[in-house]
Design a protein around this ligand. Structure first.
Ligand code: SUG
Length: 444
């Protein structure tokens, strides 16, 4: 075993709720104001992590953010005790309070962009936390994300951590949700595909009209530069603006790739064939494209089922498996397509279905919940071992969730000062379990 692809899943935080914060994300708008279950959400996510670990995959755990984010509320002018800050925010700016309570860091595909050492000039793994500027509730994640990344990948001989790009829309960066690495083997130099929604400094190109394009071309170029990638091994492609307007707010809602396979919808990119051709050229003619036609799966079906938000993983025995949300099984057209895909042996050997309803109701499927980090054996040995899934960690986290998480949460509960205390108590314990040190503002 020379190199592996590890998946670091975001542990769902104790304030998981539905506040309708993500304009352009259909599920988030639809679930607004419905009660959530933080406990179920965290257990569903943990079950997926355990299952992948049991399948022989390297699985990591990524700690959530401190929420409610009192420090940000103070920056916005709320003063006094923590309790007064919460009460004043609930009264004067309930939406701002909701944004400062979001558990959105669970979707670690948006935590950062990661380039494996085989692709970078200095032979180290590079990390850039995503600034997530397009949504306020997500723009307040990157600082703590950077600290959790450093606490997980601490060894400077192997890992390089960049700060997030400047926090303005011109450099809007949504991280790995818009980044896919193709390769023939994880330890060989690969081709990195960066996908953007619009140009910030060039108005000649089309843009979505209804929903925002969160990620810019200029952000893609900047991350590729920071990560010292070879331009001959980088492809920067524009997402089809028409599908952004139909709810495809990240590329990982319409395409997924692993090794030399790209599984995507026929309407994913603006210049679809040119994207395929460039990828194939840069991967020495070895790309395999599995394109799904609109007549089999419409954009609406793709958005509601999250077919393409599956994880495409290669098992230790070489089989390619799609990790799908249950919503795919509930959609007859998507399910028929999947049966046909398996029967025709087009490169996918198996599918596995998971119940991730709590996350799905906010627009986060299996692939949103994980950050991929390809690591060689020396790098894997240098990862904080306490963040790696095992039977022992699974039962510790299971008990930890049972002990600290509420069964139900509604928007009105966010002002409850005991939620803040519960959340901090849980996170303080978690940083000890995962041996992360003092990553949260309340610990510093
Ligand atoms: N596709 C990927 N990789 N990630 C999904 C992120 C979902 C997230 N939803 C939210 O943030 C909803 C929060 C709320 O409405 O309460 C978002 O839109 O950024």
């Amino acid at each position: 075993m020379s190199a592996v692809e590890a998946n670091f899943d975001g542990l769902v935080g104790p304030t998981h709720n539905y506040s309708g914060l993500s304009f352009g994300n259909v599920a988030s708008a639809k679930s607004q104001a419905t009660p959530s279950s933080p406990k179920q959400a965290a257990l569903q996510g943990l079950a997926k992590m355990k299952a992948l670990s049991d399948m022989g995959m390297v699985q990591g755990v990524f700690a959530p953010q401190e929420r409610p984010d009192i420090a940000t509320l103070r920056r916005l002018g709320f003063t006094g005790s923590d309790q007064s800050v919460l009460a004043a925010a609930a009264k004067q700016a309930p939406k701002v309070l909701a944004a400062c309570c979001s558990a959105s860091s669970m979707w670690t595909a948006n935590a950062a962009t990661v380039s494996p050492s085989a692709d970078t000039q200095d032979g180290k793994v590079h990390f850039t936390p995503a600034n997530l500027t397009n949504k306020f509730h997500r723009s307040i994640e990157h600082e703590v994300t950077g600290r959790v990344l450093k606490a997980t990948f601490a060894d400077e001989r192997h890992f390089v951590h960049h700060p997030a790009l400047p926090s303005v829309e011109h450099f809007g960066d949504e991280g790995a949700a818009n980044h896919t690495r193709f390769c023939l083997d994880y330890d060989l130099q690969g081709v990195e595909l960066f996908v953007f929604g619009r140009y910030a400094f060039d108005s000649r190109f089309p843009e979505p009209k209804k929903f925002p394009a969160r990620h810019t071309f200029e952000a893609c170029e900047a991350v590729a530069r920071l990560h010292q990638l070879d331009t001959d091994k980088v492809v920067i492609a524009q997402q089809n603006p028409a599908v952004i307007d139909q709810g495809v707010f990240h590329n990982d809602v319409i395409a997924v790739g692993n090794r030399n396979i790209l599984f995507c919808h026929e309407q994913a990119f603006l210049n679809q064939q040119a994207v395929y051709d460039e990828l194939n050229l840069k991967l020495s003619g070895k790309m395999r494209i599995l394109e799904v036609p609109t007549k089999s799966v419409s954009i609406e079906d793709a958005v509601s089922s999250y077919l393409f938000n599956s994880q495409l993983i290669t098992m230790p025995n070489g089989d390619n498996v799609l990790i799908l949300p249950e919503e795919c099984r509930n959609n007859p057209r998507v399910w028929t397509y999947l049966e046909h895909l398996l029967a025709n042996k087009q490169g996918i050997d198996e599918i596995k279905v998971f119940d991730l309803k709590q996350s799905m109701a906010n627009g986060g499927g299996p692939a949103c919940l994980r950050l991929r980090v390809a690591l060689n054996q020396a790098e894997l040995a240098a990862v904080n071992p306490h963040t790696l899934m095992s039977s022992a960690l699974y039962s510790q986290l299971h008990q930890w969730i049972e002990r600290h998480y509420r069964d139900q949460l509604a928007e009105a509960d966010l002002v409850d000062p005991s939620l803040l205390v519960e959340s901090r108590t849980a996170l303080d314990e978690l940083t000890q379990l995962l041996q992360l040190g003092s990553v949260y503002p309340f610990q510093r």
